[in-house]
Write a protein that binds this ligand. Structure first.
Ligand SMILES: O=C(O)CCC(=O)C(=O)O
Ligand SMILES: [Fe+2]
Length: 216
């Protein structure tokens, strides 16, 4: 992993290239962390966190909700995007402006200008929860990147390659870190290891992850 330190940024905001097209922007969500967490709480009042079923009948260990025009869902029928929350039958809540702004700015910084996400999946992990290696491939347009924001407890992110059997790099992600991947790495395998027990001043026993995508 190479590291570039930019003189015009605070010491804790630097970027680390993972592979071509993929970068970790350390600390980029710190300035707006309270606004982001307030926005998550607001979304969850309309579209509550829930544990979705995988097509094979397993319960996901991360609790999820969505905002934006489209929400990612999984159930016994498969993985897909839809404009209504299956739990309530209502449209997903709008994407709160601080979320959109952060995703758009992070993408631009990573070399993807004009990223206009229409879907934000919100994952909430408690100690023990994880997400196995997978590809994000339910979207229409793979020219658009993924922007992934971490808030709260630290968790190890795994970033592999185009094939599942490629050994992933383990990248510890902390509060405020943003990962962006696209271009040649857009469909690379990734996941997170089990969340360790801990207590974060802003999120308690949770890690939140915001995954922004242009789905439709
Ligand atoms: O929690 C993370 O950092 C990764 C989440 C993810 O890959 C996904 O929701 O597709
Ligand atoms: Fe993913």
């Amino acid at each position: 992993m190479t590291m570039d330190l930019f003189q015009d940024q605070p010491a804790e905001q630097y970027s680390e290239r993972i592979v071509e097209g993929a970068v970790v922007l350390r600390g980029r969500a710190c300035d707006s962390d309270r606004d982001l967490l307030d926005a998550i709480a607001m979304v969850a009042r309309t579209a509550p966190f829930r544990h979705m079923l995988t097509p094979s009948g397993h319960t996901m260990s991360a609790a999820m909700t969505c905002c934006g025009q489209l929400g990612w869902v999984t159930d016994e029928r498969g993985y897909r995007y839809q404009s209504e929350d299956p739990l309530t039958g209502r449209a997903w809540p709008d994407m709160p402006p601080p979320l959109f702004k952060l995703a758009n700015q992070a993408a631009r910084e990573a070399g993807y200008p004009d990223f206009m996400p229409d879907a934000c999946l919100i994952n909430r992990y408690e100690p023990g929860a994880r997400m196995g290696l997978h590809q994000d491939k339910d979207e229409q347009d793979f020219s658009q990147p993924i922007v992934s924001v971490s808030l709260g407890l630290p968790q190890v992110f795994q970033f592999g390659g185009a094939k599942r059997n490629q050994r992933p790099e383990n990248i510890p992600l902390g509060h405020g870190d943003v990962v962006v991947w696209g271009g040649p790495s857009r469909r690379f395998y990734h996941g997170v290891l089990r969340l360790k027990e801990g207590e974060h001043p802003l999120t308690g026993r949770y890690r939140y992850n915001l995954t922004f995508r242009k789905a439709g």
